[in-house]
Design a protein around this ligand. Structure first.
Ligand code: DOR
Length: 440
């Protein structure tokens, strides 16, 4: 099938494009981008050009008034399969992703069994190829069973398709194991994604530590539980020269540590945050709202400001969702016992586009953090509209207002603190390898 997306406002930081363009798509790939002359709509496609595109029927999509973006790349997603299919499957999770304009997901290894060997990786790759609505890139576990003791067979898993390693959901508490993992990551040329949490300091905590946790009678997790581990991991990245990527940064103090490390230029460190850390605070937990229970926990106003500063000045390279779907029944239990996590794929772009309105990021800067940078960090050839790449494209109606209705999520996980919130900015069409999905 050949296709032309006309008259859209194309943003592609990989090619420095921010303006009206037509995109020609052939055989599931980007064939060409044609920039409009200032303010002029391009003429209709003629027969000769159809010939160039090497097909009879050319479908046209008019994207006037819309943003046309590279399909977003989410480097931090829990797809739950194998083992927790009642929470999410590769199929439901990838459909949720494309509904949210995300066309590539990297899936975390805390499945059952854990993705700590090549057979589990192969299962995910195979299943994603047959069931998945978008590209799936597995992240392998750093240690066997994510126990933090013995390194997993990282080389074999890389060969089977893992693009990075992480024990996400848990930190690697043993500094020597972490050191070795960083050394291997360097040899393998892949990033090591660190879930930074000092388990001893955080023990038993279920929300941010502060006046509110005391008032609610809940055990808190201080920001330092994250910051201590970030400091350690930066030191280990300096020691080893390994590629460290810090997951789900939640505090202003963490941003300051990463900023300083980048300034020194010794460690190869990158970092991500998630929409919930710059959109809401610990106040969302009031009323014992388990849908606002997440790890690391939602923090304070000061932290939200720190995160936004980190995004603005480039300290934080990536916005990822940490999509963590859980079953309604589990989330409906007592706050202390409910699992942590937010179902984030279907609200990420609308929450993040608010950063553009606030002047924190330009639209191009936003797409850098949601498509180009994660693709580069993970070493995957996506996040760009360069000719020759798979035609993964999202057409975004940035003005379209809607009220979040979690019951209508394509994800099985309806656990979101944003349910009922008025947002705007919705994908109207998502293309994956040139295949068109239209959303109402
Ligand atoms: O809130 C979280 N949920 N944080 C994590 O690190 C893991 C995730 C999960 O797997 O549910």
């Amino acid at each position: 099938m050949n296709l032309i997306i006309r008259n859209g406002h194309v943003i592609d930081p990989s090619q420095d494009i921010d303006g009206l363009c037509d995109i020609l798509i052939g055989d599931g790939k980007i064939a060409e981008l044609r920039r409009h002359k200032a303010g002029v709509r391009n003429k209709k496609i003629n027969a000769g050009e159809r010939g160039e595109m090497n097909a009879g029927e050319v479908q046209t999509i008019d994207a006037a008034g819309m943003y046309v973006l590279p399909g977003l790349v989410d480097m931090h997603v829990h797809l739950r399969e194998p083992g927790f299919e009642y929470k999410e499957t590769i199929k439901s999770g990838t459909y949720a992703a494309i509904r949210g304009g995300i066309t590539s997901v990297c899936c975390m290894p805390n499945t059952k069994p854990v993705n700590d060997n090549a057979s589990v990786t192969e299962f995910i790759v195979r299943n994603a190829a047959s069931e998945g609505a978008c590209s799936v890139f597995p992240v392998g576990a750093v240690t066997k069973g994510q126990k933090g003791e013995e390194l997993a067979e990282m080389g074999m898993m890389r060969d089977a398709g893992c693009v990075a390693f992480s024990d996400d959901g848990r930190p690697v508490m043993d500094s020597l194991v972490m050191r070795r993992a960083l050394e291997y990551s360097k040899i393998l040329g892949v990033p090591l994604i660190s879930h930074c949490e000092d388990l001893v300091l955080a023990a038993g905590g279920v929300m941010n530590e502060g006046l509110l946790s005391v008032t609610l009678g809940l055990k808190g997790i201080p920001g330092q539980a994250e910051e201590i581990m970030i400091s350690r991991d930066i030191a280990l990245a300096e020691l080893t020269g390994g590629r460290l990527h810090i997951a789900h940064v939640s505090t202003a103090g963490s941003v300051a540590l990463i900023r300083a490390a980048k300034k020194r230029g010794i460690a190869r460190v990158t970092a991500e945050t998630c929409p919930h850390y710059f959109s809401i605070t610990e106040k969302a937990v009031e009323g014992y709202n388990t849908n606002a229970k997440v790890n690391p926990p939602l923090r304070t106003e000061k932290d939200v400001e720190g995160i936004m500063e980190g995004l603005a000045d480039g300290t934080l390279d990536v916005i990822a969702t940490d999509h963590a779907p859980h079953h309604h029944d589990e989330k409906m239990g007592e706050f202390d016992l409910a699992p942590s996590g937010i179902s984030g794929l279907e609200t990420a772009i609308s929450l993040s586009i608010r950063l553009v309105e606030k002047g924190v990021l330009s639209m191009s800067g936003l797409i850098e953090k949601m498509a180009l940078n994660p693709a580069r960090i993970m070493g995957i050839d996506r996040g760009s509209l360069r000719p020759g790449l798979p035609a993964d494209v999202v057409i975004l109606d940035h003005k379209k207002q809607y009220r979040v209705d979690a019951s209508r999520f394509l994800s099985k996980g309806k656990n979101t603190p944003f349910d009922g919130m008025l947002l705007h900015g919705l994908p109207v069409i998502t293309l994956v390898n040139g295949k068109v999905y239209t959303w109402d």
